[in-house]
Design a protein around this ligand. Structure first.
Ligand code: NAP
Ligand code: MG
Length: 497
């Protein structure tokens, strides 16, 4: 059994608590994937101190050179992709094609950042006065605290760690307690690639101890968080008191609209992948299916037939379509929502139960679930369930579909299936979301585009691509006056010499 330590100032060290916790396989809870440090506030203080000490040197390393270390680390991930995917499936429970995709997302993020090292563009503008330059530069900020969830165990840490260090910051990451091994492997790749000690530090332990210590530490200037809205609100509150910069990527309740002109087979592939991929545990999961009445009966029939054929089980088996939920608590939450759905009058037409039988007895398996006759005010229509539960709505028009799509507090991803160009354009214009897909499901973001959502999904930042650098840099405006005289902005007027 692997014992993982914290990584502080370039050394793998035990927690000052002397205590550890276990990470178990959600498909087979007899299997311990690894043992991790149950860290304390003191451990966080050491990690932040190391990051603070490393910062003055790291920020001076030219960005293209920082990028080269990222490239080397990324090549290590590429070499180990299969091994890392297998480890991730064991610790998280999603199927192998998905964990390969998760590692690939870190690889894509790394190679993008390598290129960005030679770009990190800033803007120059004309001055209002003659013989004067008005320039801007991106500056790193300092120590970044990264707090990540369990559903993308390597991809999400990479979205934060890689651009943060490319931009010249130093980092302390606290990964989710359900999936700390994948984040540790990311850190190891950076260690082997020659990242200087203290630039990246890794501390495991609970959100309430390790997470809170990061939030409150005065030397942590930025908090980058992905997780639940509940914890996100808490983070904004505490970090706000300390005037830290905060980026929040929170929940979703993502709609997929299917119009009569759609290719129904294509829409079917899309909804099954969108709703049941990662066992529904994606912030971008398709949790609401909004069907036009003209295709409603036909599509529901197709959907149930398809879902019945899904193979649920051991996620390491290449033929499995869907693995377990992450843990017992998540399975209880999903089941509680199913009970609420029934009580509120939605009609359960498939699933709605934990899976039973030999193959399932040691894992947190749950049936793919479909509710129809869902009304927009119902709890299952409004709250993020984070499980394989799809709520289906029937509408008379695209306008009504969009009203339902927008009638929730979240706004992360969205999708419309149609072959009518005007309908597609109208949906792009009117859906309140950070991402809209046309003829593709709500999941599947590419790493070089802005990622994030509107309304309660976040606080206006976008990870991914070039926009993530807004989170990890601050602007400096530089004025260079070479006129040789005092020129007062707003007061002196331009005169021809
Ligand atoms: P979570 O409970 O909010 O946990 C996320 C992280 O925050 C974990 O590392 C957790 O530590 C830590 N944490 C918990 N309490 C904390 C506190 N008081 N202070 C500081 N940190 C704290 O979320 P989750 O259950 O892991 O993930 C599911 C949620 O994430 C869903 O709502 C989903 O929509 C959202 N999500 C959003 C995106 C996006 O980009 N929009 C992507 C993926 C997931 P422990 O693990 O130790 O509890
Ligand atoms: Mg686990």
């Amino acid at each position: 059994m692997d014992v993982y330590k914290n990584y502080i100032n370039g050394e793998w060290v035990e927690s000052s608590s002397g205590e550890t916790f276990e990470n178990r396989n959600p498909a087979n809870w007899d299997e311990v994937v690894g043992v991790f440090q149950k860290s304390t506030r003191e451990d966080v203080e050491k990690a932040v101190e190391a990051a603070k000490k490393a910062y003055p040197h790291w920020r001076k390393v030219p960005a293209p050179k920082r990028g080269e270390i990222i490239r080397r680390a990324t090549e290590i991930l590429l070499e180990r992709k299969e091994e890392l995917a297998r480890l991730m499936t064991r610790e998280m429970g999603k199927i192998l094609p998905e964990t390969r995709g998760d590692v690939q997302e870190a690889i894509d993020t790394g190679f993008y950042a390598f290129g960005e090292g030679r770009r990190l563009f800033s803007m120059n503008t004309p001055s209002e006065l003659p013989n004067k330059y008005a320039l801007t530069f991106r500056r790193p900020i300092g120590v970044v605290g990264a707090i990540t969830p369990w559903n993308f165990p390597m991809a999400i840490p990479s979205w934060k760690v890689i651009p943060a260090i490319l931009a010249g910051n130093t980092v302390v990451i606290k990964p989710a307690s359900d999936t700390p091994a994948s984040a540790a492997e990311l850190v190891k790749a950076f260690e082997e690639a020659g990242l200087p000690p203290g630039v990246l530090n890794y501390v495991t332990g609970s959100g309430s101890v390790v997470g809170e210590a990061l939030l409150e530490h005065p030397d942590v200037r930025v908090i980058s968080f992905t997780g639940s809205s509940e914890v996100g609100a808490r983070i904004a509150e505490v970090a706000g008191r300390h005037l830290k910069k905060v980026s929040l990527e929170l929940g979703g309740k993502n709609p997929m609209i299917v119009m009569p002109s759609a290719d129904l087979e294509l829409a079917l592939d899309g909804v099954v992948w969108g709703a049941y991929g990662t066992t529904g545990q994606r912030c971008t999961a398709t949790s609401r299916l909004i069907l036009h009445e003209d295709i409603y009966d036909e599509f529901i029939e197709m959907l149930v037939e398809r879902v019945k054929q899904m193979k649920i089980g051991n996620p390491l088996d290449e033929s499995t379509d869907m693995g377990p939920l992450i843990n017992e608590k998540q399975r209880e939450t999903v089941h509680r929502y199913v009970e609420i759905g029934k009580q509120e009058g939605a009609k359960l037409i498939y699933g709605g139960e934990p899976l039973k039988g030999d193959e399932y007895d040691k894992g947190w398996f749950y049936m793919p679930t479909i509710f129809v006759d869902v009304e927009p005010h119902m709890t299952i229509a409004q709250e993020e369930i984070f499980g394989p539960v799809l709520s289906v709505f029937k509408v008379k028009s695209l306008e009504e579909a969009i009203e339902i799509a927008n009638g929730v507090k979240y706004g992360l991803s969205s999708s419309i299936y149609t072959r009518n160009l005007l309908e597609a354009m109208y949906a792009i214009e009117e859906i309140e979301a950070g991402i809209t897909y046309v003829n593709a499901p709500t999941i599947g973001a590419e790493t070089h585009l802005p990622f994030g959502g509107v309304k309660a999904t976040g606080n206006g930042h976008r990870e991914g691509g070039w926009t993530v650098y807004e989170i990890f840099t601050e602007w400096k405006a530089v004025y260079i006056d070479f006129s040789g005289r005092l020129q007062r902005a707003q007061i002196d007027t331009w005169e021809e010499e």
